[in-house]
Ligand binder design. Structure first.
Ligand code: PMP
Length: 368
């Protein structure tokens, strides 16, 4: 049986191999007689799942040894509070606004940081691009600079992370990489902290991944809840409280799956990146050449993961979605704030799924 192609922005498709592995191990994980959901997080079985997940993510993404990998709960929106609670040290927080998610981060940071400075914003142009870092008005002595490295709703992605040191700031860079984590390499030399909810590229909702440079630990504001104090979480190997064990297990299977991927001579995240580039080009090239569909994002900032597109004739939106569903192409409706359609083509989406979408879009265009 072939499954439909699922273009959901999140919770999103999980690699079929991972689902099958989890299904096979559901009642009895590796002869333990227990489902992973039934295990103590302090038992040797779960500790080994956790250690493999941590080591596989570190190896997959080349995370340097002076960074901690934390498995937390609360999702991206909780991190919007947890980051300033840990990092703001009552100093100014610099924020770059490139879409809905960075805007939400900025609003939340204002509750905890003594001051928030918007260093650049693309709001005036409808969040269709990334303001040139050379023009960012960075504060002196900022506690950190926040960006959303992939804006899931507006379909805007940083193709390179800004080099804050070269821009004259010594503040650490914080990236919300929720919707493109593990889809491409990360240049850790430019990053102080990265966070992301798992439900797009890593596994089920409920797990939040945080990768944080060690020197940023231990500066939480006194009001920071202990379970959200990165130093306490790090000192307890993500087990100060009961961690999201099922999420860590599925993410671990996904990291191992990612490490096994090859594309020509490439492997791991380089292979996945090559595939993601090919998938995105296939879809954007078709959209750009069509008479019916448009994508408004600056070509240099187009997301490889989230492709919003509009029908020039909006009266055909419902027919488009119904026809797509009938062809096994699910969850293409755009976010309500921007309308139209959105195809999220995360790591788990094979190129065949993108080809099936393009074939459908072409057939639908011809029906006009
Ligand atoms: N940041 C980004 C970039 C997101 O895409 C999302 C969810 N779509 C969030 C934050 C919020 O995540 P959560 O709902 O898990 O809190």
């Amino acid at each position: 049986m072939t499954r439909p192609y699922n273009f959901s922005a999140g919770p999103a498709a999980i690699p079929e191999d991972v689902l099958r592995e989890a299904a096979a191990e559901m009642l009895d994980w590796h002869g333990s007689g227990m489902s992973v959901m039934e295990m103590s997080h302090r038992g040797k079985e779960f500790i080994s799942i956790y250690e493999h997940a941590e080591a596989d993510f570190r190896a997959l993404m080349g995370v340097p040894s002076n960074f901690k990998i934390l498995f937390m709960q609360g999702g991206g929106l909780a991190e919007n509070a947890i980051v300033p609670l840990n990092l703001s040290r009552a100093a100014t927080v610099d924020m770059v606004l490139t879409g809905s998610w960075s805007q939400k981060s900025q609003k939340e940071a204002r509750k905890y940081a003594s001051a928030v400075n918007v260093v650049a914003s693309s709001e005036a142009d409808g969040f269709h691009g990334i303001p040139d870092p050379a023009g960012w008005k960075l504060s002196r002595g900022a506690s950190y600079v926040h960006i959303c490295s992939n804006e899931t709703i507006h379909g805007v992605e940083f193709q390179q992370l800004p080099d804050l040191a070269a821009l004259g700031s010594d503040a650490p860079l914080v990236i919300d990489f929720s919707s493109h984590v593990a889809s491409r390499p990360v240049d850790w030399s430019k990053v102080g902290l990265a966070f992301g909810g798992a439900q797009k590229n890593l596994g089920p909702a409920g797990l939040t991944l945080v990768v944080v440079r060690e020197d940023l630990l231990g500066h939480a504001l006194p009001i920071c809840p202990s379970a959200f104090d990165y130093k306490i979480v790090a000192d307890n190997e993500s087990m100060f409280n009961t961690p999201p064990t099922w999420g860590i297990y599925i993410a671990g299977l996904t990291f191992a799956w990612l490490r096994r991927q090859t594309e020509g001579s490439l492997s791991g995240v380089a292979a996945i990146e090559a595939r993601n580039i090919a998938k995105a080009s296939l879809l954007y090239d078709y959209i750009d050449g069509s008479q019916l569909y448009t994508n408004p994002v600056d070509k240099a900032a187009r997301s490889r993961m989230n492709v919003p597109f509009m029908l020039r004739d909006e009266s055909r939106n419902e027919a488009f979605l119904a026809g797509a569903k009938a062809r096994g192409l699910l969850q293409l409706k755009g976010h309500k704030s921007v309308g139209g359609m959105r195809a999220s083509i995360y790591n788990a989406m094979p190129i065949e799924g993108v080809q099936a979408l393009v074939d459908y879009m072409r057939d639908f265009e011809k029906q006009a």
